[in-house]
Design a binder for this molecule. Structure first.
Ligand SMILES: [Zn+2]
Ligand SMILES: [Zn+2]
Length: 400
């Protein structure tokens, strides 16, 4: 009987063996940044790599051309565990969110785990989830997969994301979008302003009203409101008849988020009323907040720690302040998930920046990817080798 420790050793060796190839994969995706829903080159590279390594690959799942599901079967029926890949870039800053490293690590971890499957029951999956940044028809693919029941027969999912710190077990904020389209009446801004209705003034007032909501915000709910005026007129001598605001509203409490979205919408309605303009408000739920599954997080944390990574205790991360949002949140509402951050930059380096993109190609960034790939691979085999841990995760999921 092969021990779990032997299996973990085997997958670590596999990741070492793939080191050069994983560098190449992350570099190719870095050099060829593709926006969400358009990640054709990345999807082709990743699915090809998995197929060559014996995975059964389904491309274009659920009508999303760049989504995929790759499966490797073990020696019999058993649980199904997944590692998730992202590979979309951002406009202007390329891989400023470092998804090139997420892609390489998922492929590397899946292939490494497959080397242990002769000893294990169940299946290991690598799921390609496009457009995490929300661009195009496959935007937030994990949500689309959740809505269509894709996750329902998967027992657990893990992944990593580049950042400036090693963290396992952080929560994420739910996010909704609020679009305000104000309609007024154009007129000459100097000769006949009395005949106009200034839509930009209504938008400005809505902005100010939204700012004022913040004072009353529940601090424990981690409310964040951010917005832009995306349209504000065509020329300064024409009173604008159209102005548009786009807001993101985030919170760690989904019910509170819905309440605040309604309040932000009311700011638009009040501003329109005050200025005599009309307004059309569109609310759209983007991503749910991420639930932490403590038993899964503990397994992943222990594997990072066993590789010598210095991490704060996972309970501290779980109780820490969630900062960003992710479509992994919607997966966490369907099945147990555990995610991790790998440190590729120095603290203080902004996310969604060229600095972050370039950091993924440094020695520090690449080494962090390799360490993270090992931790993910070890976690996949541990969950399959010890199904009682997956059962504990399921029980936790059902009771929280
Ligand atoms: Zn991002
Ligand atoms: Zn990201």
């Amino acid at each position: 009987m092969v021990s779990l420790e032997d299996l973990k050793e085997k997958v670590r060796e596999s990741v070492e063996g793939q080191r050069q190839r994983l560098y190449e994969i992350s570099e190719f995706i870095y050099e060829n940044p593709e926006l969400g829903s358009e990640e054709l080159k990345a999807a082709e590279l990743l699915t090809g790599e998995l197929e060559e390594n014996g995975f059964r690959v389904e491309r274009g799942i659920l009508s999303m051309p760049t989504a995929f599901c790759a499966t490797f079967e073990g020696r019999g029926e058993g649980p199904r565990v997944a590692v998730l890949a992202e590979y979309d870039a951002l406009p202007g800053v390329g891989h400023g969110c470092g998804h090139n490293l997420i892609a390489a690590s998922a492929i590397g971890a899946g292939i490494a785990a497959s080397k242990a499957m002769a000893q294990l029951k169940g299946e290991v999956l690598v799921v390609g989830t496009p457009a995490e940044e929300g661009h195009g028809p496959s935007g937030g693919a994990k949500v689309i997969l959740a809505e269509r029941g894709f996750w329902d027969d998967i027992d657990g999912a893990i992944m990593l994301h580049p950042s400036s710190a090693w963290v396992v077990g952080s929560r994420a904020l739910g996010i909704s979008m609020v679009k305000m389209e104000f309609e007024g009446q154009t007129s000459h801004a100097a000769a006949s302003p009395q005949e106009g209705v200034n839509a930009l003034n209504a938008a400005t007032l809505a902005f100010m009203a939204t700012h004022m909501l913040r004072q009353e915000a529940r601090r424990d709910a981690n409310l964040v409101i951010h917005g832009i005026i995306s349209e504000g007129g065509l020329a300064s001598n024409i009173i604008p008849d159209r102005a548009v605001c786009d807001f993101g509203v985030r919170s760690s409490d989904d019910d509170y988020l819905d309440l605040m979205v309604d309040k932000v919408a009311r700011c638009a309605e009040g501003a329109a009323l005050a200025m005599g303009a009309k307004v059309n408000v569109t609310k759209r739920k983007l991503y749910s907040g991420k639930k932490v599954n403590e038993p899964m997080v503990e397994v992943l944390w222990n594997n990072y720690a066993s590789l010598g990574v210095e991490l704060k205790p996972w309970r501290e991360s779980v109780n820490g302040m969630p900062r960003a949002s992710t479509d992994l949140g919607d997966v966490s509402r369907k099945i147990p998930v555990a995610s991790s951050s790998i440190a590729v930059t120095e603290p203080g380096t902004p996310g969604h920046s060229v600095l972050m993109a370039d950091a993924t190609m440094t020695e520090k960034g690449q080494e962090a990817m390799i360490v993270g790939t090992k931790a993910l691979a070890m976690t996949l085999v541990e969950l399959l080798a010890m199904p009682e841990k997956l059962r504990a995760a399921k029980e936790y999921f059902n009771s929280h």
